[in-house]
Write a protein that binds this ligand. Structure first.
Ligand code: PGA
Length: 249
């Protein structure tokens, strides 16, 4: 049985006060579902507080990115060790917004993922095609290439300690969700691609869907055989919506 993970990617949202309010609302609400791991990924400045508020609860904390370097003269970077010391256990890597606005490449994501794993963090490696790529019929080619490069050099054990998120770029923050069948097709393809490295590890790998997931469409998406959870942006900022998705598991 694969783990189901419901992760909130807060992006550039969450002052200290907002972090406290949202996490308190989640803890006071019905955010616990024994079938799912619940994860919140606030901005760096709120990670320590988030970890403190959720310590000993069912909610885990992830970062939205980390440096590919361990330490040194890299202004504004945040290292894996720094994340670990504040109680972070997951890290999102290669989100399409990092790729689009900060030029992150598959190669860089691969380097970060290897470092995260070496340090004991669980990487959530993001892949996804743009609308132009989908319309040109290149979805498999694009996703296949991203998977090959981002998990290049991974052993079976490294796959077992990773999570992948399929986030079609055209569905992120647009309100336009992939249909459950569309998403399932790509998730299945990703699992087959990973199976080329190790089929057992691929079978155990959680593959999350991301892109305008909300309480109203979570059920259909999460009931697909190869969709093992969600990476949720907008709807993770409202406790009621995030809880609605957790309940759909
Ligand atoms: P969204 O974002 O749910 O707001 O579409 C998802 C993501 O980018 O992780």
């Amino acid at each position: 049985m694969r783990r189901t993970i419901i992760a909130g990617n807060w992006k550039l949202n969450g002052t200290i006060q907002e972090t406290e309010d949202l996490i308190t609302a989640l803890l006071n609400g019905e955010s616990k579902n024994d079938k799912a791991t619940v994860l919140v990924c606030p901005p760096y400045t709120s990670l320590q507080l988030a970890a403190k508020l959720t310590s000993g609860t069912h909610i885990a904390v992830g970062a939205q990115d980390m440096s590919a370097q361990e330490k040194g003269a890299y202004t504004a970077e945040v290292s894996a060790d720094m994340l670990l010391t504040v109680g972070v256990t997951y890290v999102i890597l290669g989100h399409s917004e990092r790729r689009q606005y900060h030029g992150e490449t598959d190669r860089l994501v691969n380097k970060k993922a290897k470092l995260a794993l070496a340090k004991g963090l669980t990487p959530i490696i993001c892949v996804g095609e743009t609308i132009d790529q989908r319309e040109a019929g290149d979805t498999d080619k694009v996703i296949g290439g991203q998977i090959e490069e981002t998990i290049s050099g991974f052993t079976a054990d490294m796959i077992r300690r990773s999570v992948i998120a399929y986030e079609p770029v055209w569905a992120i923050g647009t309100g336009q969700t992939a249909t459950p069948e569309m998403a399932q097709e790509v998730h299945k393809f990703i699992r087959e691609k990973v199976a080329a490295t190790d089929s057992e590890a691929a079978e155990a790998l959680p593959i999350l869907y991301g892109g305008s997931m909300k309480p109203g469409n979570a059920d259909g998406l999460l009931s697909q055989p190869d969709i093992d959870g969600g990476l949720i942006g907008g709807a993770s900022l409202k406790a009621a919506d995030f809880i609605g998705i957790i309940k759909a598991v």
